[in-house]
Design a protein around this ligand. Structure first.
Ligand code: ADP
Length: 157
């Protein structure tokens, strides 16, 4: 089976990477879809986010990295995936994710969204938290892959 894993990935964290690995184990193929959202200012431009992910997944078989604009269900149809994969860290994620899942179902009921609970040791990790730590010069090597850590250091220096 083929799963679509959509998100902002601004930037990719070890939490995202864990979800990609576990999605691969479960479904065999994962398409990581990086959202190009003109309405939401991102720290890293689309090309940088794509490069960061491509570097981090280079040894994984069955992962493809793409960018998309617009509706996730349209992207799912174009990529011919079987399901949408998302992650849950806490109750705060749940409310937002449920709303998106319901919306997507009303747009195209042929796609189920499958959620993986975060690994406990990644439950605190979010892209925004990593950026905050990096902006104050804190250690981020246990939160993001090396390439992302380098980009963050460059960005905040
Ligand atoms: P979005 O802006 O679409 O929420 P994100 O890049 O923040 O994009 O997250 C993409 C997906 O990855 C979401 O489903 C989010 O819950 C999940 N995710 C993010 N961080 C983690 C983590 N540490 N553990 C598990 N899932 C995570």
């Amino acid at each position: 089976m083929k799963a679509l894993y959509p998100g902002s990935f601004d930037p990719l964290t070890f939490g995202h990477l864990d979800l990609i690995n576990r999605g691969l184990d479960l479904f065999g193929e994962v398409v990581v879809a990086v959202l190009k959202n003109p309405a939401k200012a991102s720290t890293f431009d689309l090309e940088t986010r794509l490069n960061q992910i491509n570097e981090a997944i280079q040894d994984l078989k069955g992962v493809q990295v793409i960018s998309f604009e617009g509706l996730t269900v349209n992207c799912a149809r174009e990529q011919k995936v079987d399901l949408i994969l998302r992650g849950l860290r806490a109750m705060s994620d749940f409310e937002y994710e449920l709303q998106i899942a319901h919306t997507n179902r009303t747009l195209d009921a042929s796609y189920e969204t499958v959620y993986l609970a975060t690994e406990a040791h990644h439950s605190f990790l979010s892209s925004s938290l990593v950026k905050e730590v990096a902006s104050f010069g804190g250690k981020i090597s246990h939160m993001v892959p090396k390439g992302v850590a380098n980009d963050l250091e460059r960005h905040f220096n």
